[in-house]
Write a protein that binds this ligand. Sequence first.
Ligand SMILES: [Cu+2]
Length: 208
Amino acid sequence: MAMLHCAAAQTVYVVGDSLGWTIPSGGAAAYTTWASGKTFMVGDTLTFNFLTNQHDVLQVPKAPYDACISDNASGNPIMTGPANITLNAAGDHYYICTFGDHCQNGQKLAITVSGTPGASPPTIATTPPPPATPSPTSPSPTSNTPSACPPTPSSTPPTDGPTASTTPGGGASPPPPDSPSSAVLSSFFLMFLAFAMTFCILIVEESG
Ligand SMILES: [Cu+2]
């Protein structure tokens, strides 16, 4: 969604317009006519309007497109309609329906996708945000949000921040500070009890 919102000039083309993605009554000329005069750009989206289980969309190279076969297809057929396909590469794109003889009857689309000269995303090396250091009492909420497009995944991912240099391998946490003193106290209390008891016994035996 962010990518859709970001790139500026994107167009959604509904394949066949009101005809949708189906077997055109006039044969493949319907989609040829529809595509003619349109300028498809990288980043545009094709919407194939069809009912699920009635048709599908499969991108194939030119030869399978001409022969209406599924050889060397790009991925798997899109079975769920409507199908939105983002044109992410320049060049010729060929789409067919693999149902029955739909393609032979004209359910096939060939378009040429143009690159976007001059509209390439700015490769400003956006410095990765500082590794999760909460700025103390700086009330500027939008200071770290980049105003441009989000960094492309091709850019080097930011490292996971500086490794914590404090207490390397400090597995055993130090005992709570009151436990040794309490242990000393309890043992001292036991010793005092034993001493007091023997002292009382001695007194009792002496007096009795
Ligand atoms: Cu079909």
